[in-house]
Design a protein around this ligand. Structure first.
Ligand code: HEM
Length: 450
């Protein structure tokens, strides 16, 4: 009797669990997307360079939110402001994880769990601004940054695609000799930058960390040096990428500099601009906004990860899915930015020449800095760096096309890209900078000393 009773109870419980499982099992489909192959998914449809370009193409076919898979890993791609802000800002509690980036965080940057070069160098490490001519102390970071930025792209490294290789790579030094060398070299570099005496009287991140390690939860000097180093890597290449595109914009759309130069002439005259002029130079604000919109430095966006199942627009975004906001497309969303391919700072100005009130959910028209709880922590530093650099460049120089060996002017191609992983530079181009101000060097030197 009791055996029968137990069997019946087990059967009822099993039925209950089965029904509950069926009810809870998400029945919604993934967002549409390109058909892949069994097991490997869409792996072979992804280009090894400029992957976001493929995303832009797929969005034309599958809409503003679509999905693809790489070896069973689902990737949800967002290409419009609405979907990006709904999922990454408004549901940011569920979408702020980062995917596991094995090569990046476990091989190359083992101390990275916290997380234009001259300004970052000064504010992070407290050293003097980098001289325009001569030795650049931050040069060794460039190669390392390029490697890091490649690891951030979904599927950007072999070990992140074929994860089962990780234990083997960890086990055998031979397989990780390159990552080990990078980690050791860059750690030595960061440690020196952190430990060298700060010459600047302005407080820096390093000067704040020194003597306060425990308070900030750092184990040792290496941890502290990696905080500054990580921020420096995030700051340097993104800001420099934007400045490269600034030159391209000025060469291709010289008319857009006229209004800014007229404003500079009336506000600052023959002295270099400074932050104290910012209220009276809205044209520069508009240029910075348009630059970051027209060519967002991290064009493919930085991936997030869903930490629970989400049903959105009747589609399932499963827990563990990578969510990839494509900044290039989001910053061209026609509902906010018509004629998005054209560089036109005036889109941000009203008829009085003041900055327009930004549209709702446009992040004050700075969508290039990402979303939600993961939004770029250096956003303000980046905007200010670009602002003062652009204002000074426009004040100091005319930008002219370079000439080839036949004396013909050569314009940069705005659609020729150099893939740097997470950041996308313009392909190499030439420009001539012609001083517009007398005694430029002396005036710049005098203003830097202030
Ligand atoms: C033009 C310049 C810059 C651009 C376009 C840019 C863009 C971005 C983007 C798109 C993200 C990812 C946001 C997301 O996941 O939704 C990000 C993250 C980050 N940025 Fe920037 N950034 C710039 C400059 C800087 C600067 C100057 C710093 C530091 C001083 C910095 C530090 C960081 C850090 C630490 C993160 C990671 C935040 C996290 O994972 O929580 N960035 N940035």
């Amino acid at each position: 009797m009791s055996a029968l009773y137990i069997s019946a109870s087990v059967a009822v419980l099993a039925l209950f669990l089965l029904l509950r499982g069926l009810r809870l099992a998400p029945t919604r489909p993934l967002p549409p997307g390109p058909r892949g192959l069994p097991f490997v998914g869409n792996l072979f449809q992804l280009p090894s360079k400029l992957m976001w370009f493929q995303m832009v193409e797929w969005s034309k076919e599958y809409g503003p939110m679509f999905s693809y898979t790489i070896l069973g890993q689902t990737v949800i791609v967002l290409t419009r402001v609405k979907e990006a802000t709904d999922l990454l800002d408004r549901m940011s509690a569920k979408t702020s994880d980062r995917p596991r980036m094995i090569k990046l965080s476990e091989h190359m940057c083992r101390r990275m769990e916290f997380a234009s070069s001259s300004i970052a160098w000064r504010s992070l490490f407290g050293h003097e601004t980098i001289p325009l001519l001569g030795f650049d102390p931050t040069k060794p970071i460039e190669e390392f940054s390029a490697e890091i930025f490649r690891c951030v792209v979904p599927g950007g490294s072999i070990v992140d695609v074929f994860r089962f290789l990780n234990p083997i790579i960890l086990r055998f030094k031979y397989f990780r000799r390159y990552s080990d060398r990078c980690y050791q070299t860059i750690t030595a570099f960061f440690l020196k930058a952190y430990s060298d005496p700060q010459v600047d009287t302005v407080p820096s991140l390093s000067s704040k960390l020194k003597g306060n390690k425990e308070r900030f939860g750092m184990k040792d000097d290496i941890d502290c040096s990696w905080v500054g180093g990580t921020l420096f890597i995030a700051a340097q290449d993104t800001t420099a990428t934007s400045l490269r595109w600034f030159f391209v914009a000025m060469l291709l759309y010289p008319e857009t500099a006229l209004a800014a130069r007229a404003q500079l002439a009336s506000v600052v005259g023959d002295r270099p601009p400074s932050f104290s002029d910012s209220e009276r130079l809205p044209q520069i604000d508009a240029l910075v906004k348009e630059l970051l919109r027209w060519r967002p430095a991290a064009a493919g966006g930085i991936p997030h990860m869903a930490n629970e199942d989400i049903i959105y627009k009747n589609y399932l975004i499963p827990k563990g899915a990578i969510i990839s906001p494509v900044a290039w497309s989001i910053c061209r969303d026609p509902s906010l930015y018509p004629n998005g391919d054209t560089f036109d700072p005036s889109r941000f100005l009203d008829e009085m020449g003041n900055i327009k009130r930004p549209a709702q959910h446009s992040h004050d028209d700075y969508l290039a800095f990402g979303h939600g709880r993961r939004i770029c922590v250096g956003k303000n530093l980046a905007i200010n760096t670009l602002w003062i650099t652009i204002a000074t460049l426009l004040w100091a120089f005319d930008f002219q096309l370079s000439v080839d060996e036949h004396g013909q002017e050569v314009a940069p191609d705005p659609m020729a890209f150099w893939d740097n992983g997470a950041t996308v530079w313009p392909a190499k181009f030439g420009a001539r900078l012609v001083p517009r101000v007398e005694d430029l060097r002396e005036k710049l030197k005098a203003s830097m000393g202030k």
